[in-house]
Design a protein around this ligand. Structure first.
Ligand code: SME
Length: 151
């Protein structure tokens, strides 16, 4: 997958100042989900005010019950604390994991920084085992940097 070719369209979506930030984030999720065959659920979680928890913002894919995730819980909650990318090639091998769907085999979570502070993350679930590479990490870091510019 040539993720490099997706950067410009992502940038164009984010720079569409006629739309609300929320609509642009949803459009980014939908674009990523439809462009990469192993991106089966794409969402943004953000810190919920001053609480030690994440709240689901925009997403594309099946609705999830896990709209609030306490810091430290699941892959997402661990990234809220670690400030580091978390690539999970096989979710079955994780103890601290929150299952959203039986179809999900792998997951990648990349923190989103605003002025150096971890304020949220992009979370991608895949139905494939071990599909994510460093290219995905670098690409999703780019997406988050661009999103941070409109927050
Ligand atoms: N699997 C995540 C929960 C969020 S869903 O993937 C949408 C986790 O373990 O944090």
């Amino acid at each position: 997958m040539n993720l490099e070719s997706l950067k410009q369209p992502v940038y164009n979506i984010i720079a569409d100042y006629n739309k609300s930030v929320e609509d642009r984030l949803t459009a980014v999720c939908e674009f990523l989900k439809s462009s990469v065959d192993y991106y089966n659920w794409v969402g943004f979680y953000f810190r919920n005010g001053d609480k030690e928890e994440l709240k689901l913002s925009s997403f594309a894919g099946e609705p999830t019950d896990h709209t609030i995730i306490p810091f430290g819980k699941g892959i997402c909650g661990q990234v809220a604390v670690s400030n580091k990318n978390f690539v999970v090639p096989d979710v079955k091998a994780q103890d601290n994991y929150i299952a959203c769907s039986i179809n999900v085999k792998s997951e990648i979570v990349v923190p989103l920084f605003l002025k150096g502070e971890n304020i949220g993350q992009i979370d991608i679930d895949s139905h494939a085992v071990d599909p994510f590479s460093e290219e995905d990490e670098r690409f999703l870091e780019f997406v988050n940097e661009k999103v941070a510019e409109i927050l």
